[in-house]
Design a protein around this ligand. Sequence first.
Ligand code: DC
Length: 224
Amino acid sequence: MEKIIITIDGWSSCGKSTLAKQLAKRLGYVYIDSGAMYRAITLYFLRNHVDWRDEDEVHAALQDITIEFHYNKNTKQSDIFLNAEDVEYLIRDLIVAEKVSEVAAIKEVRQFAVRRQQQMGKKKGIVMDGRDIGTTVFPKAELKFFMTADISVRVERRFKEMYEKNPNVTIEEVKNNLEMRDYIDSHREVSPLRKAEDAIELDNTHLTMEEQLNFALNFLKEKV
Ligand code: DC
């Protein structure tokens, strides 16, 4: 069966990675979490006190960053490695989430990430989620989804996820972070979050995981 590229864009915490993983598993495709790349770059900047308002500092820092994805046998998913260190867990921290949208709005950071994302899609057979995958990274992808869900549902889902790792996190912190990221991600100059014209909209506010997968599989049948 001919392999295709599937892109999943949408607002923060609306289940993009869940759907991407479901589809990748079903099809035997590679799943790439593009947001993890921006998070790993942000982690590097924070750790190394890079002033990301300074273009020269950003340029120099990016020369020292290597990002790779390696399959984790235990979780059966790919972990992200920043300069050979597995940072899959660390990048989910609120400290990173609070700064990632600012870092992801920087033109050179985006060029750096997009180049790698496009390389990963060369052989097709890939599901990638993010904010600009169907518009900028793979504008010719065969199948594109744009996901939305009510903000209250998104906050609840993300809160549950973060609370498991850090019981000190509050629902207000999570809500503020989601709203701030949605605003910055959709208002930045370079590749803002928007629905590609040919993307299929999926609102999963009232859908179970199984229903969401079935919704996507119906469109997939037409393409593969
Ligand atoms: O998907 P996520 O929440 O892990 O993404 C973290 C941030 O990275 C998100 O707030 C915006 C940015 N991002 C982006 O600008 N472009 C992408 N393709 C993916 C993520």
